[in-house]
Design a protein around this ligand. Structure first.
Ligand code: 2AM
Ligand code: CA
Length: 416
C-alpha cells in the first residue's frame, strides 16, 4: 500500500532530521534572506526521492530542492515533496517544521501527509476517506466567521505584495480573535484540519507547501481556494485561503471585495483637485443634489484618484465643528468600481483628515445604501445619528436602492 510506504519513508526522513538538527550544517540563501536551504533539506529530499524512484520508477517527483527532474506535465502519479517545510523555524527554533508529501494521480491529489518532526505528529489524509492525526480520526471542522476565528496568516501581507493590498487584509486581522504567523504552510493547514486554528491565509505558496495540507483540510469538510476564491492550481505560486465553508465565504464576500490586479494598483494616485468641471460628473454620482455638491466644493477640499491620466474617483473633506471632518461625495467611476479604489480613497481621507488636525471623521449616507453602510463599518465607522426623512425633506424625490426607499440620513463616525 502506497500510503504505508509513504509513512515509513517520512518517519525515516524524520529520524534523519532529528539526528542532524543539533549538528552544525551549512545554510545557503536561495531567492532572498528569508528563503534558505540547508544541507539537511537537501539530504532529506535525496533520501525521499531515491526511495520513491527505487520503488516506483515510473512516478514523477516535484521536490522543493530540485533533487529529481521536475515534471513537465502533471500526468500519471506525481509526488509533491517538501523535505523541510518551515526551514526558518527549523534553523532558528528547531521545531514547528514539517515534512510535507502529497501524491497526485492523474491531476487529483489522493494522499496527503504532513509530519511535524519534533512533535512526532503524523497528519494523514486520503481523498474520500477522511483525515487522521497519529491514527485518530479528525472530526469535521466547526464553522467560523472572521469575527470568531483564530487565524494563521503569513505575515508578509503587511508589506506590498503582488497578490493583495495590505489594506484589504488589515480588517481581517482587526476583526478576528487573533492572528499568528507560524511559518510553515503545511503545518498550518494540518493544524487547521485538526481544529487548532480556524483559518489560514498566505500570499504565496508553492504546490509542495500546500498540496498535502489542502487535502487534509478538505477531508474534514473545509475549503481551500486562492484569495480570490478561485480553485488552486499545482503549477506554480499561488495565494491560499483555507478554512471552514463559512469562513472562506465570509472572507470572500466581506473582505476581499474584488480581484485587485497588481497592474491596476501601484499607479493609483490620489491628489488634491482644484477645478470643479472635471470632477462634477463623479461627484453627482455620490450626491444627485448638484447645488449641494457645488456648495461643498467651495467649502471643502476635493481630492481625485488617478490611474495614469484617467480620473477614476473623487472625494471631499469638509471641516465641521469640534475637530471633525466630514467625508462627502466619495465616488468611483462605475466601470472602475470593485477594484478597491474606494477603500484607497477612504484610507487617504483618514490620513489627510488626521494631518489636518482632525480628531474624528464623519460620513453620512442613506438608509437604503446598504453597500456603503457595510463599507464604512468595515472601515471602522460606527453609527452616530439618524435624521429621519432627511432625503424626502431635501427634495431628493423617490429613489430606491436594494428594494428600499431612500428616506433617512444615517451618519457614522470613526476616531482619527
Ligand atoms: P519553506 O520553509 O519550505 O520555504 C512561510 O511562511 C511558509 O511559506 C513556509 O511554508 C515556507 O516554506 C513558504 N515559503 C517561503 N518562501 C517561499 C517562496 N519564495 N515561495 C513560496 N513559498 C515560500
Ligand atoms: Ca522547504
Amino acid at each position: 500500500m502506497i500510503e504505508w510506504f509513504a509513512v515509513d519513508l517520512i518517519k525515516q526522513a524524520g529520524e534523519l532530521i532529528r539526528r542532524e538538527i543539533d549538528q552544525s550544517y551549512e545554510v545557503e540563501r536561495k531567492t532572498g534572506k528569508g528563503d534558505l536551504v540547508t544541507e539537511i533539506d537537501r539530504a532529506v529530499e535525496q533520501l525521499i526521492v531515491h526511495r520513491i524512484q527505487k520503488t516506483f520508477p515510473e512516478h514523477q517527483i516535484m521536490g522543493e530542492e530540485g533533487t529529481a527532474d521536475q515534471p513537465d506535465t502533471l500526468t500519471g502519479t506525481v509526488w509533491f515533496v517538501d523535505p523541510i517545510d518551515g526551514t526558518l523555524n527549523f534553523i532558528h527554533q528547531k521545531r514547528m517544521f514539517a515534512i510535507s508529501i502529497a501524491i497526485m494521480v492523474d491531476g487529483v491529489v489522493e494522499y496527503g501527509f504532513v509530519y511535524d518532526v519534533m512533535a512526532d505528529e503524523m497528519f494523514m489524509a486520503r481523498r474520500g476517506y477522511g483525515a487522521t492525526l497519529n491514527g485518530r480520526t479528525l472530526t469535521k471542522l466547526h464553522e467560523h466567521h472572521v469575527r470568531d476565528a483564530f487565524l494563521s496568516m503569513n505575515a508578509t501581507w503587511v508589506t506590498p505584495n503582488h497578490q493583495i493590498a495590505p489594506e484589504i487584509l488589515a480588517p481581517i486581522v482587526r476583526d478576528s480573535v487573533g492572528t499568528r504567523a507560524h511559518g510553515a504552510a503545511s503545518l498550518e493547514l494540518a493544524w487547521l484540519a485538526a481544529g487548532r486554528v480556524d483559518g489560514y491565509i498566505t500570499m504565496r505558496n508553492m504546490p509542495w507547501d500546500y498540496a498535502a495540507g489542502k487535502l487534509l483540510v478538505e477531508e474534514v469538510g473545509g475549503r481551500v481556494v486562492t484569495l480570490y476564491g478561485e480553485p488552486i492550481r499545482y503549477d506554480g505560486k499561488t495565494s491560499v485561503l483555507a478554512g471552514s465553508e463559512s469562513f472562506v465565504n465570509d472572507v470572500m464576500k466581506h473582505y476581499v471585495i474584488a480581484k485587485v490586479t497588481a497592474e491596476a494598483k501601484p499607479d493609483l494616485r490620489i491628489v488634491a483637485h482644484e477645478t470643479y468641471g472635471e470632477v462634477r460628473d463623479l461627484l453627482v454620482l455620490a450626491n444627485p443634489n448638484e447645488a449641494m455638491v457645488r456648495e461643498q466644493f467651495e467649502e471643502g477640499r476635493t481630492f481625485r484618484a488617478l490611474l495614469g491620466k484617467e480620473i477614476v474617483g473623487a472625494y471631499m473633506l469638509v471641516a465641521r465643528e469640534g475637530s471633525r471632518f466630514e467625508l462627502v461625495n466619495i465616488a468611483v467611476k462605475p466601470e472602475r468600481q470593485n477594484q478597491t479604489i474606494g477603500q484607497r480613497m477612504l484610507q487617504d481621507a483618514v490620513k489627510r483628515a488626521t494631518l489636518l488636525g482632525g480628531k474624528e471623521l464623519l460620513v453620512c449616507t442613506g438608509n437604503s445604501s446598504i453597500m456603503q453602510l457595510r463599507f464604512y463599518q468595515q472601515a471602522g465607522f460606527r453609527f452616530d445619528s439618524v435624521e429621519r426623512d432627511y432625503f424626502i425633506n431635501h427634495g431628493y424625490g423617490e429613489i430606491e436602492e436594494d428594494g428600499l426607499a431612500l428616506r433617512d440620513r444615517i451618519c457614522l463616525t470613526r476616531p482619527l
